[in-house]
Design a protein around this ligand. Structure first.
Ligand code: PXL
Length: 259
């Protein structure tokens, strides 16, 4: 069995963060490993508190695993601090991992800032050159590229700028806002330096928690089996679609995906 690692925050609702990632890995037949960067307190209505772990504790988790288990693919979610981004970059180089998916988490679905701008800047400078696929939503792509995305043209421009930071493939999610006639579809935009491709699926009404986490962890799981990032991304999107159809509402707030 192949192994995939998720580095990110703990979410007690298990709808997002490393708990969601672990469920996705299990569902897709890869063995999931988890390294925690921060412990959030949250429920389905939102994030109430974040308690980051020290750089040293994150380093110990990563390097202890590295000595023992071969890691095929990995993803990062909430990295929280510049120090944690730095240790993750060292780890990727030392463990020689090439199938790296970065979800440049900035705000939670409920609107709470999960990563400050200095950390996002370090992700761009340090982590993107070591990354195979980065999966920002429109807001994150605007922040990372410095281009305010407000049309399809600016979306393409932002994708090219992000690609220039050294990542292999950029997938900007939620691009249907700028597509006239996209109707009930969601459209993500894939860009690998040559090719722009649309990845479409059905759009569902309602508010769901952890969609970004589920997409990026499914993508890293599929990269264990597919060489083509585009193929892996289409599969990950299909998996998301099915998970939304199986969502349930255990609390007073957002839906949790049924992965
Ligand atoms: O969806 C982004 C995200 C990532 N990681 C953790 C989260 C959230 C959103 O709430 O809680 C731990």
């Amino acid at each position: 069995m192949k192994t995939a690692l998720s580095i990110g925050g703990s979410d007690p609702t298990a709808g997002a963060g490393i708990q969601a990632d672990l469920k996705v890995f299990h569902s897709l037949g890869v063995y999931g490993l988890t390294v925690i960067t921060a412990i959030t307190s949250q429920d389905t209505t939102g994030v109430k508190n974040i308690c980051p772990l020290s750089q040293e504790v994150v380093r110990l988790q990563l390097y202890t695993l590295k000595e023992d288990i071969k890691i095929e693919a990995m993803k990062t979610g909430m990295l929280y601090s510049v120090e944690i981004v730095d240790v993750v970059c060292d780890f990727i180089k030392d463990a020689d991992i090439t199938k790296v998916v970065v979800d440049p988490v900035y705000v939670s679905s409920s609107g709470r800032v999960l990563t400050d701008r200095d950390t996002l800047k370090r992700v761009v400078k340090g982590l993107l050159p070591l990354t195979k696929v980065v999966t920002p939503n429109i807001k994150e792509a605007s922040l990372i590229s410095g281009i305010n995305i407000e049309s399809l043209d600016t979306l393409y421009e932002a994708a090219k700028r992000i690609k220039s930071f050294g990542v292999d493939v950029v997938i900007i999610t939620g691009g249907h806002f700028f597509e006239k006639g996209s109707g009930d579809a969601t459209v993500d935009f894939y860009y690998d330096g040559n090719l722009f491709q649309k990845i479409e699926s059905r759009r569902y009404r309602g508010e769901y928690h952890g969609t970004g986490c589920v997409f990026s962890s499914a993508l890293s799981a599929y990269l264990c089996y597919y060489d083509s990032v585009l193929e892996a991304a289409r599969k990950a999107k299909e998996f998301m679609d099915k998970s939304i159809q199986k969502a349930f509402f255990p609390g007073r707030g957002m839906g949790i995906l049924g992965v």
